[in-house]
Design a protein around this ligand. Structure first.
Ligand SMILES: [Zn+2]
Length: 355
């Protein structure tokens, strides 16, 4: 059983060392470091030092292509669409999205260069995190009027690929056939990268957004160039709050565990440590328990100090979330999680909400 967290936004080594000590005190044995487009431009040697430092402090390290091209998860932005305007995603309403398309050659070429650089860090894994086509929630940052029905992508690359695969014209509606096409595109895109990285001696971990189809998960799990399978127990407090957070995490973990176990891959599960409202801090404990009990081999929380430093993503009481995360992780490592489970459950029942 391994526990971990994501760490980002600080690249000053002396502070980093102190924070990695804190990460270890929390019971973590792995850390995800984000390496964005901006970092590739300006911080290559810095990240080489940070990775070496984390490893010297005994942490397994994973490097994340943080929000690169607008298709991976993360609290960062992308510049690539400005340079590759012809390879941007095109929405169904005709707007060019601020993201490159997974079917466009420039993106794969860029990420292979990124892999080459990351290879020199000698990290333990690359974490391909939340690959997705453009999501409209970013529209507000550009001042666009929300268009909840618009979907991506209908660029020329996608239209040609769809025609080649099906013999048909890419529909204008977001049909099941289109969604399957997008999954195939995501698969092809990722496998090109994981196989390339493996050919360079690197190992790959994945984190998928919830809701992927069984064929997709099976395909990725059986792929030899993917070494760690991963998923999330996340939910939205205002839209998809589960009645039972533990059960929610347990079910999502089991869904992925089927394929991870079948192909003998460790399973990495994420716990939401951002945007947790005050009074809901015990959700982090319940989600972590669900991930562990569901068969997660690696369990991590996004991110360091419950994102206290990210004003747009922080929790109502980030100090409490971070403390509870550490208590939960350490409790499992000490093997007395059953006692903790009873104690936490009683607290929740008595109060109705976390205390
Ligand atoms: Zn496209």
């Amino acid at each position: 059983m391994k526990f971990g967290t994501a760490y980002f936004d600080n690249i000053i080594l002396k502070h980093f060392k102190t924070d990695m000590d804190e990460v270890k005190r929390q019971g973590c044995s792995f850390v995800v470091l984000t390496f964005s487009e901006n970092d590739l431009m300006f911080h290559e040697d810095t990240y080489r030092q940070l990775t070496a430092q984390a490893k010297s402090q005994g942490l397994t390290t994973l490097i994340d292509p943080w929000a690169i091209a607008g298709i991976f998860g993360g609290e960062s932005s992308t510049q690539l669409p400005m340079w590759h305007d012809d390879e941007r995603q095109v929405r169904s309403d005709g707007k060019k999205a601020p993201a490159l398309c997974m079917n466009a050659p420039a993106l794969t070429a860029y990420l292979k260069r990124w892999v080459d650089v990351v290879g020199t860090f000698e990290a333990d894994y690359i974490l391909w995190d939340e690959p997705h086509f453009y999501l409209n929630w970013l529209d507000k940052f550009g001042g666009w009027d929300p268009n909840p029905t618009a979907w991506s992508c209908r660029c020329d690359y996608c239209q040609k690929k769809f025609k080649k695969e099906t013999g048909k014209t890419l529909p204008k509606e977001h049909t099941e056939e289109v969604k399957e096409f997008k999954r195939r595109s995501t698969r092809d895109f990722l496998l090109a990268l994981t196989r390339y990285a493996e050919s360079k001696g690197q190992k790959n971990a994945m984190t998928f957004l919830p809701g992927e189809k069984a064929w997709f998960l099976k395909t990725m799990a059986q792929e030899k160039s993917i070494h760690v399978m991963g998923g999330e127990s996340y939910f939205e407090y205002d839209q998809s709050l589960p009645k039972d957070v533990y059960q929610h995490a347990l079910e999502h973990t089991r869904e992925l565990k089927v394929w991870a176990r079948k192909y003998k891959k460790p399973l990495l599960m994420w716990v939401k440590g951002f945007l947790v409202p005050e009074g809901r801090e015990m959700d982090v404990v319940d989600a972590a328990r669900g991930c562990v009990d569901g068969g997660g081999d690696w369990v991590a929380m996004w991110g360091f100090e419950a994102c206290k430093h990210v004003s747009d993503k922080t929790c109502g009481n980030p100090d409490k979330v971070w403390r509870l995360m550490g208590e939960t992780f350490r409790s499992y490592l000490k093997g007395n999680n059953n006692q903790k489970k009873v104690s936490f459950s009683k607290t929740k029942i008595r109060k109705g909400v976390a205390v």
